[in-house]
Design a protein around this ligand. Structure first.
Ligand SMILES: [Zn+2]
Ligand SMILES: [Zn+2]
Ligand SMILES: [Zn+2]
Length: 168
């Protein structure tokens, strides 16, 4: 209960039993006197002990935050690296039925397909957005790179394999 004495209001903490100025308590509208039953120090000590004993609480909070922000983070990454939005990407996924534009297979390992772009326009791993082609699995995407994205080399590789198959 709250007691007034000489203009200052006091209250006894139900946890530590000390009588303190009401400023020493948190506000709580649910309580009759509008203050928490425990003093600030007791509330803080409890919270500290509680969170220390429950590290998974923080981990869960971090995971929830990440999930809520992952779409936004992916959108930002796509814009920065490929000049397209998450909406553009999702449209490409839908158009291709979420399979590779070359081998018709989904990306293994529950990952998203790679965004392929023309390295004649943007030589690095980033795209200006204008030269994005289609979505490829990482094997086909890597394959294009290994053949220097050269149709001529790929033709010659194909001819090479067929030539050796025929001579078997
Ligand atoms: Zn207390
Ligand atoms: Zn593929
Ligand atoms: Zn480009």
């Amino acid at each position: 209960m709250t007691v007034s004495a000489g203009g200052s209001a006091f209250k006894r903490c139900t946890k530590c039993g000390e009588t303190k100025l009401t400023e020493g308590f948190y506000r709580n509208r649910a309580q009759k006197d509008g203050l928490t039953g425990w003093c600030r120090l007791c509330v803080r000590a409890y919270q500290k002990a509680h969170y220390a004993a429950n590290p998974e609480h923080r981990i869960r909070q971090a995971a929830e935050w990440k999930a809520a922000n992952s779409e936004r983070a992916l959108d930002a990454d796509l814009k920065r690296l490929f000049g397209i939005t998450l909406g553009d990407f999702n449209r490409m996924v839908a158009e291709q039925g979420n399979v590779c534009a070359i081998c018709d297979k989904p990306q293994a390992g529950d990952r998203r397909l790679s965004i392929d772009h023309d390295r004649a326009c943007c030589p690095g791993s980033r795209s200006c957005g204008m030269c994005v082609r289609q979505l490829l699995c990482n094997l086909c995407n890597t394959g294009l790179g290994l053949f220097r994205e050269s149709p001529d080399l790929m033709d010659r590789a194909k001819a090479y394999i067929l030539r050796h198959e025929e001579s078997k």
